[in-house]
Design a protein around this ligand. Structure first.
Ligand code: FES
Length: 379
């Protein structure tokens, strides 16, 4: 038996029973959905009322072109991501050009795949979706059972109107584009997880920094002069009490080697803050690191343990090291432990001393990982 529902504005409509709904065809259900929703279709015209015309074929090829282009770009992205040489090559070595093109090639092919896929979808909608103008009254409250069942039929009907079911060229090209694009995304997401950055054990590049002495060679603390070739090694008398300067690792074997100097200075874990406290400043040292300082001189990693910004500010009045990114503060007089802000780990301290010629040198690498708490942690 049919029920009655009241529409917007008080108009009553006959609502079919479940049995009547079961007997209805998808087209009838879709029509019923528009009636129950107070939708009035003012105009509905398919873009190609006569199938198989040259205009329709041309439109179909246009859409397929974009999907094929997307598929090819996605394929090129996958190949480039896996096979293009991406290991660092110095500018003076053969292979540098190919290495320097890695990021542009990966970026352009990925961007083209996304762009072409989007253009293909938009072109399909514009060229094949029927032209329709409908007007619907606003409804309040949740949808009833009838509305829920009919809306599915309406969606199916709308899908049928797009004529996608009989367009195998577009379906195949779109499937290839979406499939290859998805594979590319998957590879880009999983690729970095497959490479094991710790495979070299304790010598893995992520465990060590440029401060590690190699082949028994001394590692000096070099001042930042702004000129790569202008080497100035730091001595205690170069600094006033209550001052700070940024230093980088330097080995005599690197003198004159622009590439090595550049690498030593640009490495993200290399910068160190060398701080000279005022004489007599009370200090709390970390257990096991009691001899890491040289008199009033303390060397801490400059890489913030929150998210890796350079903690470039030293406030001599209260001996605080400040990170400008999220305002973490570290106490230089207490092994640079965090006292304010989001950082939870002390800045690693570099063990230093002075050699027989009076220059600061690193006694070893940092004893712990440099940088944010989620980077390079052993435990
Ligand atoms: S990176 Fe230093 S406080 Fe966030």
């Amino acid at each position: 038996m049919s029920g009655v529902t009241t529409g917007e504005g008080g108009g009553a409509k006959a609502v079919p029973t479940a049995a009547e709904l079961d007997d209805m065809s998808p087209e009838e259900l879709a029509r019923l959905a528009t009636e129950l929703d107070d939708v009035v279709v003012q105009h509905n015209a398919p873009k190609f009322p006569v199938p198989g015309t040259r205009a329709e074929k041309r439109a179909e090829r246009t859409v397929a072109f974009w999907f094929v282009l997307s598929a090819l770009a996605a394929l090129a992205f996958v190949v480039a991501f896996i096979a293009w040489p991406h290991e660092y090559v110095p500018p003076s070595d053969p292979g540098y050009t190919m290495y320097s093109l890695y990021t542009p090639v990966v970026g352009v092919t990925f961007g083209l795949a996304v762009l072409s896929l989007g253009v293909g979808v938009i072109t399909y909608v514009r060229k094949f979706f029927p032209e329709e103008v409908s007007v619907q009254q606003r409804h309040d409250g949740p949808s009833d059972e009838v509305a829920r069942r009919t809306v599915m039929a309406q969606l199916a009907s709308a899908g049928k109107d797009t004529t996608i079911a009989r367009r195998s060229l577009i379906k195949r090209s779109a499937g290839a584009a979406a499939g290859l694009f998805g594979i590319g995304l998957g590879i880009a997401a999983i690729g970095p997880l497959i490479r094991n950055p710790w495979k070299d054990g304790p010598d893995s590049p992520l465990w060590v920094t440029g401060w590690r002495p190699e082949n028994g060679e001394t590692v000096f603390l070099r001042a930042d002069t702004g000129e790569l070739s202008e080497i100035r090694r730091v001595r205690p008398e170069d600094m006033e009490p209550g001052s700070m300067q940024t230093v980088f690792p330097f080995r005599e074997s690197e003198r004159g080697d622009e590439e090595a100097l550049l690498h030593a200075q640009k490495a993200s874990d290399a910068p160190v803050m060398l701080i000279r406290l005022r004489p007599g400043t009370p200090v709390v040292k970390r257990a096991g690191q009691e001899d890491f300082n040289y008199g009033d001189y303390y060397a801490f990693s400059k890489i913030c343990t929150h998210l890796g910004c350079p903690t470039s500010l030293y406030q001599a009045q209260d001996n605080r090291i400040l990170c400008p990114c999220h305002q973490s503060q570290f106490l230089a007089t207490e092994y640079a432990r965090p006292v304010f802000g989001p950082a939870t780990r002390a800045l690693p301290q570099l063990p230093i001393t002075v050699d027989e010629q009076g220059y600061f040198v690193a006694r070893s690498d940092f004893p712990e990982a440099v940088g944010p708490a989620f980077w390079e942690r052993r435990s």
